[in-house]
Design a protein. Structure first.
Length: 750
């Protein structure tokens, strides 16, 4: 956990010292090994692996003095009270007077850890509970004590939100804090009720995942990812600290005894057998092929809004509905009963489950969706007493307020530094909307183009709305445009491949050429608009989505950006200006150096496009050239649209659009070198015959269509892009690639 936190902090650009227990052969070996694990982890802990070299390592016996200049020390050692208290005693004599100390404990109360410490230490101490893996899970629970200085809480909260990109929730100093207390209770109940209602692990995971607005990993897959040993430890600690019943079924403890701890050991509730995932039969502790739950009512709910899915789940037939109804009643009652003990308000409870466990909406929002009358009904059916603070109330959230634990409604917390689109829509700030995109007024003279097609795939509807947005800014009293959205997964997964394939199969080449030209004109319009256009990408930003990003005046990217020109994977090349843009960027970088070889820029663009290389963070996108040095990175997704708007306002002062670029192409010189490289890869058996053709088409565009070295216009290269794109679409193997990817989501190498 310590190395994961260190990787996150260094990725945010903050110097880090990482200390671990001393090793035998190498005193700093355990700290070095922690970094190695972080570098090799399935989910990369670093946003740029090169940053690992900037972490200073040591051990807690020899090197505590390395912490003397640190402003914040995060303790993440073994989950036992005595070693933590002993470490704090040593730290107190080393740290500077203003240094903040926090513990990442997941269950030990802060008041216990502070026994024996000075008043000054207590004022600068609090809990900071990161969730594992720290880079990817949004939640950071901050647990102040009565002695913690308010300025310390404020400083760590701001640092956590703005610098580390976390969703911060203040939790009370109670066992398990918020997310683990409620989340683990829910997992324990799901296992018990599975046995009671005679369900299988496959059935429970089918019922407790996306149906309820939870991650697809649902209950048991989540436990495998976390580790059964971790679940056992947290459940036992919660039971001891609270006196409540967190016992897991007997067969669960047998799994732990056998070392079947989940993904870390290769088997837990699930196991991979010859590439297929098998499921544990908990009655025999043997594994069998997974069984998909075939339930018509379940299929009918799949694409419904969450509120309808939650209601439908309670009404599923037989044992499935009975299981979900009882699970809802028990977990809802526990949440309502314990919330005043573990949280400062119900908003924090909802955020903790949304950010820590990936729920679409937190438990109080879920209860509002079903209605408090229904909640009271299921409480009565199970003989559960209604907590006093909710008596007589009809909702937890009401007209911009939330129900407090005092039984009164209070205004929702105001965050002027965050822009959320749903409230803007309720305020009537939508200027134009279609099924694929909308134009919203962000205020202060800035408009927003929002995508909302499936996976935000770019089709004619989005392009038409972009055209309208640009025209509205230019002709109205506006300063600029942000292109962004609030989809949880994708800024844009690329162009509408299904439509492209359909036109190719129909042989409608004229329409394909028109559509490609229309897309190119859209990206050009972004580049040369007479006002600033800022793109705010995040998550999947692929193909056409990346081309939108590449043509912006400024990119304000979320740190978790997965971007690339991936068209070669489906047998195509970037034809929305992406091929031209990478050539322009890389050759322009070299043109200022008299002795520079421009072919290096051509080679770099070819490698990036032909291999469909994808950056797995915004930092990596800068290394690859998808982002420029001047482009910004926002660590916290919640601030992304507000940061992009701020950049528009900054650029709008005396704004001038860029002048059209001239591009030096190397002609036959580059074409010959690239074709030779492609031939070498084919001779080595590393690429297929069709990939040779794709590579040659990319080489044709990047070389300017052969001929002598010369300067050409952007429009000249865009025409080459269009021609090569349509030629590739005309091949059977490219059409097969597209069809396969649309069906499976995976690339086909034919």
């Amino acid at each position: 956990m310590g190395s994961g936190i260190a990787a996150l902090v260094i990725s945010a650009g903050i110097p880090v010292v990482l200390l671990d227990i001393p090793g035998q052969d190498d005193r700093n070996g355990p700290a070095k090994q922690g970094l190695e694990r972080a570098l090799k982890s399935k989910f990369p802990a670093f946003m740029d692996k090169d940053l690992a070299a900037y972490i200073e390592v040591g051990n807690i016996e020899d090197d505590l003095d390395k912490l003397k200049d640190c402003d914040w020390v995060v303790e993440a050692i073994v989950e036992k009270v005595e070693p933590k208290q002993a470490l704090y005693a040593r730290l107190e004599s080393v740290l500077h007077p203003e240094a903040i100390v926090s513990s990442n404990t997941s269950s030990i109360p802060m008041r216990v850890l502070l026994e024996g410490r000075s008043e000054g230490f207590k004022r600068r101490f609090l809990g900071t509970h990161f969730f594992n893996p720290p880079r990817y899970l949004h939640l950071l629970e901050i647990i102040p004590t009565p002695e913690t200085d308010a300025d310390v809480v404020a400083a760590i909260r701001r640092f956590g939100e703005r610098v580390l990109g976390k969703g911060v929730v203040l939790a009370k100093d109670s066992p398990g804090f918020i997310a683990n207390r409620l989340g683990v209770y829910g997992m324990v109940q799901a296992m018990r009720l599975m046995e009671k209602h005679g369900l299988t692990i496959d059935e429970v995971d089918a019922l407790t995942g996306s149906l309820l607005g939870r991650p697809n990993s649902a209950t048991f897959r989540t436990a495998d990812l976390t580790g059964l040993d971790v679940l056992k430890l947290v459940a036992e600690e919660l039971a001891e600290a609270t006196g409540e019943d967190f016992r897991l079924p007997g067969w669960f403890y047998q799994l732990v005894e056998r070392g079947l701890l989940g993904d870390k050991t290769g088997a837990g509730f699930y196991k991979k057998v010859e590439g297929e995932r098998y499921t544990l039969d908990y009655t025999t502790l043997e594994y069998r092929p997974r069984q998909k739950l075939e339930l018509p009512e379940l299929g009918a709910l799949k694409d419904k809004p969450l509120e309808e899915r939650l209601r439908g789940a309670q009404q599923l037939p037989g044992k499935y509905g009975a299981f979900l109804k009882e699970l809802f009643a028990l977990t809802a009652h526990y949440t309502v009963s314990k919330a005043p003990e573990i949280a400062y308000d119900l908003v924090g409870v909802d955020q903790a489950l949304e950010w820590g466990f990936g729920w679409e909406e937190g438990p109080f929002k879920n209860m509002d969706a079903l209605g408090l009358d229904y909640v009271r009904q299921v409480f009565r059916e199970l003989g559960l007493e209604e907590p006093d603070w909710i008596r007589g109330h009809g909702r937890f959230y009401l007209n911009g307020t939330f129900l407090g634990f005092d039984g009164a409604y209070h205004p929702l917390p105001s965050r002027p530094d965050i822009i959320q689109l749903k409230p803007l829509k309720r305020e009537g700030r939508v200027l134009h909307s279609t099924s694929e995109a909308s134009i919203l007024d962000l205020g202060d003279g800035v408009l927003l183009l929002e995508f909302h097609s499936k996976m935000n795939a770019i089709g004619e509807g989005i392009l038409r709305t972009l055209e309208k947005a640009l025209r509205t800014v230019e002709t109205g009293d506006y300063l600029g445009l942000v292109i962004g959205n609030e989809d949880p997964r994708a800024f844009s997964a690329g162009a509408n491949l299904a439509l492209i394939l359909s036109l190719a199969q129909e042989g409608d080449w004229a329409e394909l050429k028109r559509a490609t030209y229309f897309f190119q004109q859209a990206t050009k319009a972004i580049r040369y608009a007479p006002f600033p256009v800022v793109v705010a990408p995040f998550g999947l930003t692929l193909g056409g989505g990346a081309e939108f990003m590449l043509h912006a005046d400024h990119v304000q990217a979320h740190a978790e950006l997965y971007t690339g020109l991936v068209e070669a994977g489906v047998g195509l090349l970037p034809a929305g200006g992406g091929t031209k843009e990478m050539l322009l960027r890389f050759t322009k970088e070299l043109s200022g150096f008299a002795q520079a070889d421009l072919f290096e820029g051509v080679r770099r663009a070819f490698e990036l496009i032909a291999t469909a290389k994808v950056a797995t963070s915004a930092l990596e996108a800068k290394k690859f050239g998808f982002l420029r040095d001047r482009d910004g990175i926002t660590m916290n997704r919640d601030f992304l649209i507000a940061d992009a708007k701020r950049k528009v306002l900054e650029l709008a002062v005396d704004y001038r659009p860029p002048l059209p670029s001239k591009i030096t192409v190397l002609g036959d010189e580059a074409l010959g070198n690239l074709k030779y490289a492609v031939w070498q890869f084919r001779e080595a058996g590393e690429i297929t015959d069709h990939e040779v053709k794709i590579g040659q088409e990319i080489a044709w565009v990047l070389s300017g269509g052969g001929g002598p070295r010369r300067e050409v216009t952007e429009d000249f290269l865009l025409e080459l892009e269009r021609e090569a794109f349509v030629r590739l679409l005309g091949t059977r193997k490219t059409q097969e690639r597209i069809a396969y990817t649309l069906k499976t989501g995976k690339p086909l190498r034919n």
